[in-house]
Design a protein around this ligand. Structure first.
Ligand code: ATP
Length: 274
């Protein structure tokens, strides 16, 4: 496990302070998980371990874990949640999707809705999209003035440091798919009746802005990968590799956090159940 997560991080971690070189990064991970069956078995085993660790995290009640998932349309954010957290009880994992902000949300600072959804102690919070949209779609589509967006990188890092310093471990995954793979996944949404519901014509508009999004992602990764909230770029063209990587990192992080069951201040022999 330790060897595997080292291998993963050598390849996927964006070292704090270093350039992410996003556009040169691989979208397949044959060097890490060459074998599909083994990868799927590892994901299942890790999902089970994550459930057990989450149970201890809840019992301990002192700390939280936040998993941020970002990626362009069809990159597999929902699928990742399903594969990695499917063994966890619904009370222990809180998944929050972030779509276009409401009027109320826009009337507050951009981190307001994010902070409200941050996991409470004992819980794993998963963000499907996140505060990074405020330096991605907002930047690409010019939804806020450039200087406002520019100030957000530092504001985001300060916010994530605050979460970290107050007991929340922050993991951030960018699910990295190729433009060709996105084409195939969008086409499948048009062709497959069971996937038609996922098709959204606006995804095609975003696809036209592929290069602008890539630049915005690269910028965010370059500027917001820190020791306390590092980014990982996950090769995501193959769903089973993507799932296996995220599951392994989440499990290892929880193991490092090492939540402990609290010791009772009573002895079982003090009680008799009639
Ligand atoms: P997804 O594409 O994530 O599977 P979806 O297509 O069902 O989700 P929603 O979840 O309703 O759509 O919203 C996602 C959309 O909201 C994305 O296009 C995203 O760029 C946009 N969005 C998210 N955050 C913001 C923001 N802060 N400002 C503007 N748009 C945002």
């Amino acid at each position: 496990m330790v060897k595997l997560t080292k291998l993963i991080d050598n390849s996927v971690l964006v070292a704090p302070g270093a350039k992410s070189l996003l556009r040169q990064r691989a979208t397949v991970a044959d060097d890490i998980f060459p074998d599909r069956e083994a990868a799927e078995a590892a994901t299942k085993e890790n999902a089970k371990a994550i459930d057990a660790l989450q149970d201890a995290l809840w019992a301990e009640g002192e700390r939280a874990l936040l998993v941020v998932l970002q990626g362009i349309d069809t990159s597999g954010k929902d699928g990742t949640v399903r594969a990695v957290f499917n063994r966890c009880g619904p009370l222990g994992v809180n998944v929050t999707p972030f779509g276009r902000p409401s009027e109320e949300e826009l009337a507050h600072d951009f981190l307001w809705r994010i902070h409200m959804a941050a996991p409470k102690k004992g819980v794993i919070g998963v963000f499907n999209r996140s505060h990074y949209e405020d330096v991605l779609v907002v930047k690409v589509r010019g939804l806020a003035p450039a200087d406002v967006v520019e100030a957000r990188y530092a504001q985001i890092s300060a916010f994530e440091k605050h979460l970290h310093d107050t007991g929340t471990r922050v993991l951030k995954f960018m699910l990295n798919i190729s433009k060709d793979e996105q084409k195939q996944r969008l086409q499948a949404r048009l062709d497959d009746p069971e996937k038609n519901w996922k098709f959204n014509a606006s995804d095609l508009d975003d696809r036209k802005l592929w290069d602008e999004y890539a630049k915005a992602y690269e910028n965010a990764l370059d500027r917001c990968s820190t020791d306390y909230a590092p980014w990982r770029v996950v090769p995501a063209d193959r769903k089973w590799q993507r799932n296996a990587i995220v599951a392994a990192v989440v499990r290892k992080t929880l193991e490092d956090m090492a939540p402990v069951y609290p010791k009772p201040d009573w002895k079982a022999s003090d009680f008799r159940i009639e």
